[in-house]
Design a protein. Structure first.
Length: 386
């Protein structure tokens, strides 16, 4: 399907004779029926026919159809956060005694799900260096049920060879799941390479305006039905009709935003590469990116994330750099309109995020939609403060 059809038209016909230009918001928890038989018929396909909005809701369904088309899958389910989507995907595929082979540095809460909750329920895991597809496959045991990928990762951007992983997994009946947030479905469609379940934090590019938290899961109709009847309805971490409506609105500009982010990131990335005050640049589209073959094979364009290590190990200088930034706001998350800087050292002593392995001089930058000249000026002033 043409991407324009998915973003602008798909799923938007209505029961009314005239189709409204913007789809209606069905802000309702439940649906009422004319007869016993109508109600019973509806319940037979509660995933598709609106009965109660924890299951299906017409506004949410419009969004789901668009997202499934973007990921080239049969179905999409949307959640109240990316973390809820990740948890639903993994929980639907494992039980006590099973094992998960996972990239070493997935999103923090994915790691916590494996390391604490699932471990307590008897599901084991191995973390494998994310740049090493061989090692990821070598970690597979007879009891492995899931291979969990994040490609590229959202801090250091390691990639895995999706086609190798999916061929290996299919031959052994293992489910492959990828966190595809960092690439977005516009820049990478893992289903085409055989990956079973794609999850996204839609709080990032898909909603794109720093105004909501949401998650997406895209997969085949068989797996979608398992997840719908399992974690989706049971844990109930759904996205509201209103936020689904907002995301439909965001999708109108997804392609434009992703194009602009890619252009801006290339300009800022080039500025940072070989900058004397940057000791290391992590960016998929840097000349120094260590996995150019995988990048060229799987990614259509650059995304807005890149990570630098400043040429200092003094915390005070790192602080001075950060405090000097004006256009890059200090904050977590990414994928919105606004450029952001996340200094890893702020996590020291935090309730949830601290890792002893993170270098003190590491800062993640998200290059948003602003004029890249202004962003470079901002960085340049901050480098002067180093
Ligand atoms: C933000 C993020 C998540 C979690 O999504 P939430 O919407 O914040 O729950 C998962 N994976 C990646 C790569 C992320 O950046």
């Amino acid at each position: 399907m043409d991407i324009n059809d998915a973003l602008f038209h798909l799923g938007e016909g209505t029961a009314f004779p005239d189709i409204p230009a913007a789809p209606p918001l069905y802000q309702t928890s439940n649906f009422v029926f004319n007869s016993f038989d109508d109600m019973q018929t509806c319940l037979k396909r509660e995933d598709k026919s609106p009965f109660y909005s924890r299951g299906a809701n017409p506004t949410v369904q419009i969004l789901q159809q668009k997202l499934a088309a973007l990921e080239a899958t049969d179905e999409a389910l949307v959640f109240g956060s990316g973390s809820a989507a990740v948890a639903a995907a993994i929980l639907s595929q494992v039980k006590a005694g099973d094992h998960i082979s996972c990239v070493a540095n997935p999103y923090g809460w994915t790691k916590k799900l494996l390391s604490s909750i699932l471990k307590d329920f008897g599901v084991t895991h191995d973390y494998v260096p994310a740049h090493d597809t061989d090692a990821l496959l070598a970690a597979v045991k007879p009891e492995t049920k899931v291979i969990f990928l994040e490609s590229p990762n959202s801090w250091t951007y390691e990639m895995q060879d999706l086609e190798r992983v999916s061929a290996f997994a299919k031959a052994r009946g293992i489910t492959t799941i990828i966190d595809n947030s960092c690439a977005s479905p516009l820049n990478q469609q893992p289903a085409i390479h055989g990956i079973d379940i794609m999850v996204h934090s839609a709080s990032k590019y898909l909603s794109g305006h720093a105004d909501m938290v949401a998650g997406v899961l895209c997969t085949s109709s068989t797996i979608a039905m398992q997840i719908f009847q399992g974690p989706y309805m049971t844990m109930g971490g759904i996205l509201s009709p209103f936020e689904s409506w907002l995301m439909i609105r965001s999708l109108r500009t997804l392609e434009m935003r992703m194009d602009r982010v890619a252009e801006n990131a290339l300009v800022v990335g080039e500025y940072l590469e070989n900058h004397p005050k940057v000791s290391k640049l992590y960016f998929t589209h840097a000349k120094s990116y260590p996995q150019p073959e995988l990048r060229d094979k799987y990614l259509k364009k650059a995304g807005g994330l890149m990570t630098i290590e400043l040429a200092t190990t003094e915390l005070n200088k790192v602080k001075a750099f950060c405090n000097q930034l004006e256009r890059f706001k200090l904050g977590c998350s990414w994928g919105g309109f606004e450029s952001l800087a996340f200094p890893a050292a702020t996590t020291t002593g935090s309730l949830n995020y601290h890792s002893d392995e993170t270098p003190v001089n590491r800062i993640r930058l998200y290059v948003g939609l602003e004029n890249p000249k202004l962003l470079i000026e901002d960085l340049s002033k901050a480098f002067d403060a180093l």
